[in-house]
Structures are given as C-alpha cells and as structure tokens.
Design a protein around this ligand. Structure first.
Ligand SMILES: C[C@@H]1N[C@@H](C(=O)NCc2ccccc2)[C@H](O)[C@@H]1O
Length: 449
C-alpha cells in the first residue's frame, strides 16, 4: 500500500464511548435553514427546478438580488424549543444544523465576516438557542459546515494562478477561524458534518485539512467528523488512496441507501434524506414525489439493519415555521417510533439471510433480534434463516404480548412462523429471543461490546 502522510489514521471502526453513542442513535434530524428560505425556490414569478438552497446558482436569480436577501431575514416565528420538542416527538436522537451553507451566510455571529445574522433585521444568534433547546431535550447536536463559500472573496474552486493561491490562503485561514470559533461558542457540539469539499482547490489541502481536524479534536476531544472533510495526499476523498475510510463514518449516502451490507464495507455510515425528491432548504413549490411516513420508516429500518444512521431533513421557511407536510411526517414517524423504538435504538446489523418480508435489526444490548415486517406474504408465512445454530426461546409481537409465534423448523437453521389473517396496518415488529450460549452466533459476539 501507498505511504500516506494524510490518509486514514485509523483502520476499522472507532470504539470509544462517543462513537458507540453515535452508532446507537438510529434516527437523526437534519435542518437546512438560511437566507435561501426567503425566496423559497421562487423568484420573479418563476420556480427554480433545482434544490432551493442552490437558487443563487440559478440563472433566474440575479446574484446581486440574492446577496441582499439577508437584509430581509427576520424569522419572527423561530421557536427553537418547539423545534426541539417536535424532534423529540419524532424520536430523533441527534440533530445536524446548517451553520453555514454554500452561500456563506452564517447563522451565528461570526467575528470573521459581516455576512451573518447580526447584520439582519433579526440580529440575533440562531445557532446558540437551537443548541440549548436540543441539549435540553437530550438530543445531541452536530454542526453542518460548508467549506465551499460563494460569499468569501478568497474562495476558489480551482487554483490556476498565483493570485488564486494567495487568495485561497486567506480563505483557508478564514475557514479555520470560523470552525474554531464555532467549537468555542458551542462546546456541547458532538461532531461536524462537512459539505462542499468536492472542488479541486480543496482536494489539494490534505495537510491543512489534516492539521485542522487535529486542532478541532484538541478543542473538543472525541469530536465526530465524517468522511466528507479531508482529501488525502493524492486528493482522494472519503476513501484514501489505499481504499481506507478517512474520518469516523462514511458520508457517501446522500439521498440514497446501500442495498447490502457489503455496500457499506463494514464501516459506520449515515444516510441523509430529503422528504421531497431533492429539496434541503425550504421550497414553496415541492414538485415530484413526497415520501410517505411508511417509506421513510422503511428507509430508517433498512439503515439500522445495515449498521447506519438515518438522518431526515427539515427545511424551515423564511419565518422559521416548519411546513405542514414535515410536521405531519414527524408526528407519524414519532407514533411508530413510540411503539417500536427498541428495534431502532442501540440496534444494528445481523448476518442472517435477508428475507422479502422486511429487515432484521439486532439489539446490541439484549442480543434480541427484531423482525421488522413491511411485506406480508400471500401465504402469511414468514421465513427465518439464521447464519448458525441457535436455540430459539421465544418469538413474540413487540406490541401484543398475547401474540406468541411457534416456529416450525423446516430445515437446518431455517424456520417459518405463521402470521394471523389480519392485514398489516403498519410495519410490525416481531422479537426473537434466543439462547446465545447454545451454538456460536457471530451477531451476539458483537453485542458483547
Ligand atoms: C446535504 C446536501 N449536500 C448539498 C449538495 O450540494 N449536494 C449535492 C452534491 C452531493 C454530492 C457531491 C456533490 C454535490 C445540498 O445542498 C445539501 O446541503
């Protein structure tokens, strides 16, 4: 393998308590909020077909007009504790907030730029009260930060000339200053979710990024940083030139999910997901498919079944209100989570053969296996094929203690159970308790952590 000064500094998963806590979240909330919520994907009577937070890059939005929107930013309905309570009700264990998106507008009072909340009619810090409100609800806070910054004069996507390089040096210093400032102001931050690091200019900054990550972890020991931050010595991101994951978890699943455990390379990972097809910031005219709570619950369960976290995005409008569709989904997901959280929190992958009826998650504390059933077969029979000999103790409906299932062993390590005649009204969790002492089960080995 190649000798890399700035490649992966660790092979395999982090095993410290902060990362264990991250690994057991299951469900997170993303919040995309900024001045892009003011136009909300529309300008001069025309609707932008791209993602609302990218409207500044649209030919239909004059840059001058966009760059003056901050003078109208005055979210009179912004209510951090209401947002935190809604997230709690949904069952989110962590929240990622955009401190600065690609447009460079800062939702906190930054010493290093005037393009921030203090120079808006609202005039106050947005981030601080949100951090406090979510901490108060026991929801861990992570900060999204876009390296790409369309507002900073020193930003470059490519370093073609000496002028570019000297300008970029000022941009790098600015970026470091802002990141250290954020960690100083919000010391309960558990991690950073970086974005906007795909440009050539940044891909040349292996040493700078590596040193900055080290410096940030000095400020907040154990800080969790994903794979979308650093480039390696050869400009490779997410995976270094030896194919090893850089960062504490893989950030490659944006609006998409791995299909199999192999797709995850056995790494920690998160999936960040929009409710419409591709809108992170508020867009007043959602086009195309808006996901239902069942679709989102299936993505959540699939993520947990493959050892990932599922982070669902919300985009408050210009006044700071959450739109009706998002409120409804948060409530519906929360209703399911309130009855089935034991199949999500502290759960992960088990290497039993995937079945069409749904997904397995294994509780890392109890060792119990959850069958999360989405598709009831026409013959009402659920097949279970374990990966090694186990001795079954009890199979029961998580939400109906009177419902016990008698497994019929139909071949080596293969069982079937009979569902009742009733249609599934919602995804059903069936719990399998089994005696781990009999027969060696790799999955339970993992649960000993
Ligand atoms: C989390 C999302 N990431 C931003 C984005 O630009 N995604 C598009 C993209 C995703 C991956 C590589 C390049 C570009 C979106 O605006 C959201 O902030």
């Amino acid at each position: 393998s190649l000798a890399l000064a700035h490649g992966a500094h660790r092979l395999g998963k982090r095993t410290d308590p902060m990362m264990e806590r991250w690994r057991n979240y299951g469900l997170g909330q993303f919040i995309h909020w900024g001045v892009y919520a003011i136009p909300g994907g529309q300008w001069n009577g025309a609707s932008y077909g791209g993602a609302a937070e990218w409207i500044r890059s649209w030919k239909g939005m004059p840059k001058e007009a966009y760059d003056n929107l901050y003078k109208e930013f005055d979210p009179e309905n912004y209510d951090p504790s209401a947002l935190a309570k809604q997230a709690k009700e949904m069952g989110a264990k962590y929240m990622i907030i955009t401190t600065k998106h690609h447009d460079g507008f800062c939702l906190w009072p930054s010493e290093y730029t005037d393009y921030d909340v203090t120079n808006t009619p609202y005039g106050k810090d947005i981030i601080g009260p949100l951090v406090e409100a979510y901490d108060a609800e026991g929801i861990d806070v992570y900060l999204y930060f876009s390296v790409m910054d369309w507002n900073h004069p020193g930003y470059r996507s490519v370093l073609a000339t000496e002028e570019d390089r000297s300008a970029y040096e000022s941009f790098k210093e600015f970026t470091r200053n802002q990141l250290l400032e954020l960690l100083e102001r919000y010391p309960t931050t558990k991690g950073l979710w970086f974005d906007g690091t795909w440009d050539e200019a940044w891909k040349e900054q292996a040493e700078f990024a590596d040193n900055l990550a080290t410096e940030m972890r000095k400020k907040i020991p154990g800080l969790i940083i994903g794979s979308r931050f650093r480039p390696d010595d050869y400009g490779n991101r997410h995976f270094d030139s030896n194919g090893d994951l850089m960062g504490d978890y893989e950030q490659g699943w944006e609006r998409k999910l791995p299909e199999t455990y192999e797709d995850t390379n056995g790494n920690d990972w998160d999936c960040v997901m929009t409710i419409p097809e591709n809108q992170w910031g508020y867009h007043s005219d959602w086009r195309g498919h808006v996901k239902t709570s069942y679709e989102l619950i299936e993505m959540l369960v699939k993520s947990v079944s493959l050892d990932g976290n599922f982070v669902l995005n919300f985009g408050p409008d210009a006044k700071g209100d959450i739109r009706m569709e998002e409120k409804k989904l948060a409530t519906e997901i929360g209703q399911w989570m309130s009855k089935n959280k034991s199949a999500i929190y502290n759960c992960g992958h088990i290497d039993w053969e995937k079945q069409d009826w749904g997904y397995y998650t294994q509780n890392r504390v109890t060792g119990e296996v959850n069958m999360v059933v989405f598709n009831k077969p026409i013959n009402s029979v659920l097949r279970i094929k374990t990966s090694s000999k186990i001795s079954l103790q009890k199979i029961y409906d998580l939400n109906d203690a009177t419902k016990i299932y008698d497994p019929e062993e139909i071949s080596q390590d293969e069982y079937i159970i009979q569902l009742g005649d009733e249609e599934l009204a919602e995804p059903k969790v069936i719990v399998i308790k089994y005696d781990h002492s009999k027969g060696e089960t790799k999955g339970y080995e993992k649960a000993k952590t």
